[in-house]
Design a protein around this ligand. Sequence first.
Ligand code: B1H
Length: 798
Amino acid sequence: MAKDEMPKSDFRDAILWHLTYTLGKDPDHAQVFDWRLALSHAVRDRIVDRWMASTRATYRADAKRVYYLSMEFLIGRLLQDNIVNLQLADQAQAAIESFGLDYRDLLLDEPDAALGNGGLGRLAACFMESLATLGCPAYGYGIRYEHGLFRQSFAEGRQMEAPEDWLAQPYVWQFERPEARFTLGFGGRVVTRDGKPVWEPENFVQSEAYDVPVIGWQGAWANTLRLWAGRAVDPFDLGRFNAGDFTAAAEAEALARTISRVLYPEDSTEAGKRLRLTQEYFFSAASIRDILRRFEADHADLRLLPQKVAIQLNDTHPAIAGPELLRILHDERGLPFDEALAITRACVNYTNHTLLPEALESWGEGLFGELLPRHLQIIDRIDAEDAKAHPDRRNAARGEGRVRMGELSFILSNRVNGVSALHTGLMKTTVFADQHRIWPDRIVNQTNGVTPRRWLHGCNPRLSRLITQTIGDGWVGDLEQLQALEPHAADAGWLEQFAAVKAANKADLSDWARREHGLTLNPQALFDVQIKRIHEYKRQHLNILEAIALWQEMRENPSADWTARVKIFGGKAAPGYFFAKDIIRLINDVAGVINADAATNEKLQVVYLPNYNVTLAERLIPAADLSEQISTAGKEASGTGNMKFALNGAPTIGTLDGANVEIRELVGPENFFLFGLTAEEAEARRAVPDHAARAVAGDPRLKRAIEAIRSGIFSPGEPDRYANIVENLTGADYFLVASDFADYWRAQREVDFAYADRDGWARMAALNVARSGWFSSDRTIRGYMQDIWNAKSLLGQE
Ligand code: B1H
């Protein structure tokens, strides 16, 4: 094969061609890494034609475009996802195996792109895939962090953090766009010229674009994820270099690159740092300029903007996009303020993802005004206009010396949405009650969803095959078709096959855990999994307390008929969140003691897998028997892991929180292990004096478990190691761990009982699969298209 004979049709030849001419490698000396890149290039080629066709179709139709602005896109690995969506899996596997290589090894060689913290970032990635699947013309805008979320390891049970390095090797999925640069200003002052305010920034950086194509199911449509990187306007100061100051010569470039250097590892807390605000403005302003450039290429009348552009703010992190759009329309394009405000408001929408007070962004007006002086004036003017129209309005965007981003996003949005029914209801009665009274039509609900391509078809090939054999393959693009499985859940022969899939997935996980971590998991045991960020409201400490109590009871009563369990944990803590780090260490300490106890370790094991990420989730969820969704009611806005587990046949033990409520309604209360206070009861319980101390005193199991921690048996020689946790559990206990413990214990014993009936359990698990089709992010995106964006699918027009 010669270079000018680039093979189009034969996939095997295409891989060889790229290995040779793109990577310059002789097949005889190529490593897994080289083959993986060659395969990725061959796959990428097949995306590009469809990608261009989609872009052309959007131009041709002059269609409305959706712009999804998000600080985070937790995309994980893309090679398998792209292969799956192009339906190349069989060809790719055959080609790779014909070279004598292991196909899975190749897929796993790709770095896991962790440009996000958790649910919020993963949701954005699922949404991008569903937007493409549905043929909705859309762009994702975010930041091309050089370092994604840190890598986690444990040293003596403690979390250690190391920088993540996904860009240390070539990233095949990105296309650099050096021509799509914008120069962005920061700081400086606002002067008046010809009676008009003019912002004169003091510092400038450039935004450089990198595009990642996102291909939908069956390759019918592809959209663009555009990630911005910081670059200096003048990257190199030759004068300083010639004067001998070599480091200073490159200082501007180093500073500019700092903006997109690292993802803030906070999840559900607000960082409040100058660099964070700089990042937020940087990517929001670059995106707004790009959006306007694309619009103005074909339209002269800015009043048409709301017909052609829908902007979605993924939480408040890109909220400054609103004032930036308004500023450009008014200051730079010369529209009257009220018209610029009306246009902005008709384009922008805001998704709220949390009501936790510590997560609601606000900036000191000093810092804000230093960085964005003109935006501060614009925010004041918006507040003033609203005060005129609604004199009884409280909650201005600026007040008490701060700029509050939730309020700002709300008043600048056409629609504001929550991410589950319960959460949206709470928005109306708590954080946004005042706004809801004034604008009763603005808040709408869009319950989250997950893409079935990655979270069932891709990650669980055995279950995918069984489903397709049973009901055909239409479910991958239309997940509600899973309902057709329901009659089979009453068929003993089919249930046996279904149970065999889970058993095989568990065996795979056990093999991997032995290879990778030297662990021996009992594959007969119930795999009980809690994977998510570590946070007090998510209550990993409730789970580990139950493990301690169970262990104590097993020791006391060794001959009882215990259901064997493996409790599996995974998740990272924000580096500065010390309580969460204590919880990690406690789980690891407890695991050490329990797993070493020969009297119980056939019945109970505790395992904490390090460095939880998208790839590990794809491994664990198909192998899980039980899904732990045990947040304090009212605190988890939605959850999306909960949906992935149900879809993969793991029933939930959970509270009435977030989307758990909707999962329980859909799968049926008899297929869900409910426990705990409701959101309303939780609020009331907090007002009861000494609620935690009373709960502990009233529950001998809980008391004994806490005593064990206090005694130091899990921290020999250092009984005070967990004094903070113990004090919290018996004292303030804001997250009501003690109050919910007894009911959690009861529900867990119901799980034990139900799992002992293997046929009954398989039926319950199968019904979870059959009834979870509604949780596809395709359904969610259809909801946004209809209720929020007024956007149309262009499928069939490409
Ligand atoms: C969610 C966040 C979040 N809610 C601040 N809020 C961040 C807040 O870097 N920060 O400053 C990062 C993330 N993340 C999650 O969103 C909710 O807790 C989940 O319940 C929900 O499922 C998910 C997606 O809607």
